[in-house]
Design a protein around this ligand. Structure first.
Ligand SMILES: Cc1cc2nc3c(=O)[nH]c(=O)nc-3n(C[C@H](O)[C@H](O)[C@H](O)COP(=O)(O)OP(=O)(O)OC[C@H]3O[C@@H](n4cnc5c(N)ncnc54)[C@H](O)[C@@H]3O)c2cc1C
Length: 330
């Protein structure tokens, strides 16, 4: 599997360093300093240290870098950009690097899967690269476990590429936007023309995107919904969305959460056919028009929503499960 990371390399060279700096910057968040000379991003580390990004290096700094170690360029780079009272006391390590926005066209081929930076590279300003790699792993782990137990149909493993390519493109888009904000701040410092500030709502939406909380697998072949005739979709989370209460569901199986009452025969059939794979929570009593059944996958995303949880809704859910899982042989 030889896949090419397609996309582009951001202009400019950046230094990354682990430094101890004497300064009065707040240590409960990252500090971005944009100046006409470029930017310095200081991200707090334990023991009064900071992960520091310095960029973009100009011709003089690149020439300095060519004849000196990166550590030697760090103090001068920070000093040029931050004129306030900041003293670099120690440089643990330093390296120069380029940022990329790249992704492979295929994340899977047969039994081989690409995870992490092998499949996608994003601007570190987004702070999403490692998290996206972990999400890749979270998506494939439960699918592999079920396939290895002989309980997964081909659609299960095939969904990895579809779901994660969409999510990884989201990471590239969001990190690209954040990268653009940093470059715009430097440009504003150079020209004296301020950028228009983001509204609190825009800032909150960007923070949510950056934390990957709005990643959805809607549109995946192993995500679906059944709505009874004339029924409007309930409020979020919808099919494919991250289920906010996932941490209260501590097992590794699917959970079927039934809100209100459900068709008892349908629930009983689901119990029998999906024993060991689907844990059913709630749903005693007869069917009700306002009930709903929410299938939460092992990775915490909503796999299916049936509204109401009547006989037709639960039958649709059963057929949906059968499209990618192997039921208990009865
Ligand atoms: C300066 C910087 C800051 C970042 N900050 C953040 C952040 O705040 N938040 C965030 O989420 N992400 C951040 N990232 C991105 C994050 O570091 C990466 O996305 C993450 O490390 C990728 O993990 P990975 O396991 O996929 O790849 P890697 O970390 O690159 O691990 C791959 C490993 O495989 C080894 N390897 C390669 N080839 C072979 C081979 N042939 N045989 C054996 N071993 C091999 C490599 O040596 C390496 O150890 C940052 C990146 C940079 C450069």
């Amino acid at each position: 599997m030889a896949e090419v990371l397609e996309g582009f390399t951001y202009p400019g060279t950046v230094l990354a360093a682990d430094v101890r700096v004497r300064c009065d910057l707040a240590r409960d968040a990252s500090n971005m300093v944009a100046t006409p000379e470029g930017f310095v991003l200081l991200v707090p580390l334990p023991d009064e240290r900071w992960l520091t990004f310095i960029g973009d290096l100009d011709d003089g700094e690149l020439a300095h870098l060519a004849r000196a170690s990166p550590s030697e360029v760090v103090a001068a780079g920070i000093g040029r950009r931050i004129t306030a009272d900041v003293a670099v006391e120690d440089v643990g390590w330093a390296t120069s690097f380029h940022m990329h926005q790249r992704v492979v066209p295929r994340l899977a081929q047969g039994r081989r899967f690409l995870l992490g930076d092998a499949g996608h590279l994003s601007s570190p300003f987004g702070g999403e690269g490692l998290n996206a790699g972990l999400h890749d792993a979270e998506d494939i782990a439960w699918k592999l476990a079920l396939a290895a137990r002989g309980r997964g149909r081909p659609a299960l493993l095939e969904s990895f590429e579809i779901e994660r390519l969409a999510a990884d493109h989201h990471v590239l888009e969001v990190s690209g936007r954040i990268d653009g904000l940093v470059r715009a701040a430097v440009q504003a410092a150079r020209t004296g023309v301020p950028t228009s500030p983001a509204t609190p709502a825009q800032r909150a939406a960007l923070a949510r995107s950056r934390c990957l909380l709005d990643v959805t697998y809607a549109g995946s072949p192993i995500v679906g919904e059944h709505l009874g005739p004339g029924v409007e979709p309930p409020p979020p989370p919808g099919p494919g969305d991250r289920f906010p209460g996932r941490t209260t569901l501590t097992g590794t199986e699917h959970y079927l959460l039934i809100f209100g009452t459900a068709d008892a025969a349908g629930v009983e059939r689901l119990h029998r056919r999906w024993r060991g794979l689907v844990d059913i929570v709630g749903g005693t009593g007869g069917p009700s028009a306002s009930s709903s059944a929410l299938l939460v996958r092992p990775d915490g995303h909503v796999g299916f929503r049936a509204t109401p949880a009547d006989a037709a809704g639960l039958a649709a859910l059963d057929a949906f499960l059968d499209s990618y899982l192997v039921p208990v042989s009865i």
